[in-house]
Structure formats: C-alpha cells, structure tokens
Design a protein. Sequence first.
Length: 261
Amino acid sequence: MRRHVLIAMRGLVTATQDSSVPNDRTTLVAVRALIVQHEHDGPGGLLADHLAGRGYEVEVLQVMQQGSTHSDVAYPEPTQYDVIVPLGSVHGVYETDIIGSWVHREIDMLRTAHDAGVPMFGICFGAQALTTALGGTVEKAPAYEIGWYHYESDVPDAIPAGPWFTWHGDRCLLPDGVTELARTEMCTQAFRSGTTVGVQFHPEVTRELVQAWADQVPAAYFEALAVSPDEVIAGFAQHGDTARRQAVAMFDWFLDEVAPS
C-alpha cells in the first residue's frame, strides 16, 4: 500500500517511498529546474547541461529581450520547481532606474522560494539577487575582478580554491545568519543559507561563451581596467579543464548534499 516516486539523484533514477496514496503503482515524477536567464546571451552553460544530464526538466525564464532592459515577464510560482538557478547580468541589483520593471519581482520570487525551502544556486548577479532576498545588500566593489582567481575557501571539498573564472564589479554584503563559504580580500565569493547557495564567480562558463561576451565589449572598457581580453580567453587553455571538473563537483555537491538538506 504505497506509491514509489522516482527521482533523479547522482545521475541515476532512484526510488523513494511515499505512503500518502494507497497504491502499489510505480510512478515517474519529473524533477524540474528553473533557470532565470537575464540577458539573451547569458545562458546556463555547463550548469544547464549538468542539470539535464542529471535528469532534470530544465525550463528557462528569459527576463530581458535583446536591446531592452524593460521586462513584463511573469515570474512563476517558485514552489513548483525542485531547483532554481538565477544567472548573471551586466546590471547590478541596485540599478532600479534601469531594471526596475522586473528586479523587485524577481527578488520577491527568490524570497518566496527560499522561505519555502526550494533549493537555489545563484551565479554572479543571481547571487546578488539572493543576497538581497535574504536581507543583505549589494554595492559597487572597490575594483573589478575579471579573469582567473583563487579564493580562500572554508569548504574546499565542495568549493575548491580555484582557479575560477570571474567577471564582476559588485559585491555582496551578507546579512546575519548567512554563512560565507569563500572569499577574497575584496568580497564574498560564495555563501549558503539553508538550501540556498550563491557564488560570485562563473562556474557555468565555457571558452566560447566568454569569448562572445568579450567580443561585445569595447576595447576602451578593458583598457580602463588594465585587463587583456586575449589573456583572459587564453586562460581557458591553462585552467579550463580544471575549472570544468571543479564546477561539476560543486554542482553535484549542491544537488546531492545541499538541496536535500
């Protein structure tokens, strides 16, 4: 007198039991992941691929359309998802004069999801939106971090020190009760609160994705920051394989240890 619910765990289909329904049927229940993609050219990359490989039905919510920062997109009810992944953006969460048509609605959705225990993994802007939803703040960082970095990590088995690719100019100021997991002298690089995790860096990227970003940026931008885009891209030859392995291990840590907790 029980129903067997099949869920995707560690890349396999594993049975759990639910005795709430008097039935001996074996039922396949899809696990759903929502990726919140802000710009048209900022996809989920390696993380989206990994979720699909782990058996998740991956849905993408495209917030802004190319050429516009305004959005009337309807944010879904977050509790219908098993994982939510808010991604990066060229904007800061505090730029309400530019993204005010949607950023507050996104933060409200993330807050609702966190309060309901929906596992979330935020990347860059996504981590900043999560910080705001948790009661913290985001501000301009003293300097940009663009390229390949190593961090001080309190959980090196889950979040290795690096190298990790990063591209940001803001930083999160965490509220009380949120645990910082990794950092540089300048800013928080990873944090956790319950089943919510945020990382300031970009574990989802590929060489091709970063090349596409760099190609859209005027040379004067990199010159002003004393950054060589060619050196940044060349870093994938040296660090790309390691970063990919680290990213997969971190994604599995999130799905296998954080999400079920």
